[in-house]
Design a protein around this ligand. Structure first.
Ligand code: ADP
Length: 362
């Protein structure tokens, strides 16, 4: 999704892909392990700037790049906050951002204390490597995370899990901004996101009935982007509590699923804006181009499922819908594409997006 705007901006993309045949391989110039410093240094030779489509490049590799004089955006200091959920909670607390009550817990006894203090239910998270709800578990008894305590113990005696209060939220929201190294910053509208089984399912832009929240959410995301000196796109996942407060759930320092609607619904998409920001070019206008945009993810069904067969049918039936497929092998629950519709009324726009995505349900 970064390729079309790179072409438009006249930027040459080079991609270090993990494996041949990945969707990014369209632009791949090299296949290799992003955890190997020599591989990444070799790849970075001759490029103007390095950026990422996930947050998992090890700090040691990032530091070597910086020491070798490579421009890295977002930088290692910012990325460290997105790489570890405990570090994220600590830094957000330092910045004064509102977050759910949380603690780092090293064993079942510490988890029991947290449960007792927070009504007997909590959310336990593995600090590193989780995505799409993997590494997130609701617990109601202190022994329900024993397997994860055992797993983190392998990382040393002081290793810990993150535990948070189980937030009784009204809904989930997301606020994306982009920030240049110079500090120039632009915000897209606040969006509403619906998660199913920990996976983003639908996004509505702007978030309905969010007039009172839009300004505070944009200010919050800007203060985090500035406070952490994020360069590129920062997506801030939020909870709206039943009494109208915003709490920060998670940060992503890259174009994010909750911003895919911008490809078809904003003057400047998150992918173009990310490229502009990391290349330190003036940022584009993030304003929406339609009153409402709705994005619905398409998840893989059984292998060799119905998708290829129904594709022409869907295109024929929904000519106004924007279809995006990632060329990824279909696995149950894996995000393999998305659809976006735009319209004048939120309910009707959502219904059309769901109907278009419905062509691909297994
Ligand atoms: P991931 O890194 O896998 O995306 P998240 O931390 O974003 O994990 O959590 C995934 C989903 O789990 C969230 O979108 C939300 O629906 C739910 N969740 C996470 N933390 C909490 C919490 N403290 N209280 C209630 N629900 C939560």
């Amino acid at each position: 999704m970064m390729i079309p705007p790179a072409v438009g901006l006249g930027l040459e993309l080079r991609v270090l892909a993990e494996e041949p045949g990945m969707s990014a391989a369209l632009a791949a110039t090299q296949v290799g392990d992003y955890r190997d410093a020599a591989t990444v240094l070799d790849f970075a030779r001759g490029v103007d700037v390095v950026t990422f489509d996930h947050e998992h490049v090890p700090q040691a590799v990032l530091r070597e790049l910086v020491e070798a004089g490579v421009r890295v955006h977002p930088g290692p200091g910012a990325l460290a906050v997105a790489q570890d959920k405990i570090t994220m909670r600590e830094r957000l607390a330092e910045l004064g951002a509102p977050v759910p009550a949380w603690a780092r817990v090293r064993d079942a006894a510490e988890l029991a204390d947290f449960l007792e203090a927070h009504g007997g239910a909590a959310v336990v998270k593995t600090p590193r490597g989780g995505y799409d709800g993997k590494g997130v578990r609701v617990v109601r008894a202190a022994d329900q995370a024993d397997d994860w305590f055992l797993a983190v113990a392998e990382h040393g005696a002081d290793a810990a899990l993150l535990v948070e209060e189980l937030v009784d939220f009204r809904r989930e929201l997301a606020q994306s901004v982009a920030r240049r190294p110079s500090g120039e910053l632009r915000a897209w509208p606040l969006v509403e996101t619906v998660q199913r089984d920990g996976v983003c399912a639908e996004v509505t832009a702007p978030a309905p009935d969010s007039e009172a929240l839009a300004g505070p959410a944009a200010e919050l995301a800007a203060s985090i982007a500035n406070g952490l000196e994020v360069t590129g796109v920062l997506a801030v996942e939020l909870f709206e509590t039943r009494d109208g407060r915003l709490l920060v759930n998670e940060l992503a320092m890259r174009p994010h699923n909750t911003g895919h609607w911008t490809i078809d619904g904003a003057v400047t998409s998150q992918f173009e804006q990310h490229l502009r920001a990391v290349a330190d070019l003036p940022l584009g206008d993030p304003a929406p181009t339609a009153p409402w945009s709705v994005m619905v993810n398409v998840l893989g069904g059984p292998a060799d499922g119905p998708m290829p067969i129904r594709y022409p049918e869907a295109l024929a039936a929904r000519p106004e819908t924007r279809f995006h497929f990632y060329g990824k092998a279909s696995r149950p629950g894996r995000k393999v594409g998305h659809v976006t519709t735009t319209g004048g009324e939120p309910g009707e726009t959502l219904a059309r997006a769901r109907a278009a995505a419905g062509f691909f349900e297994g």
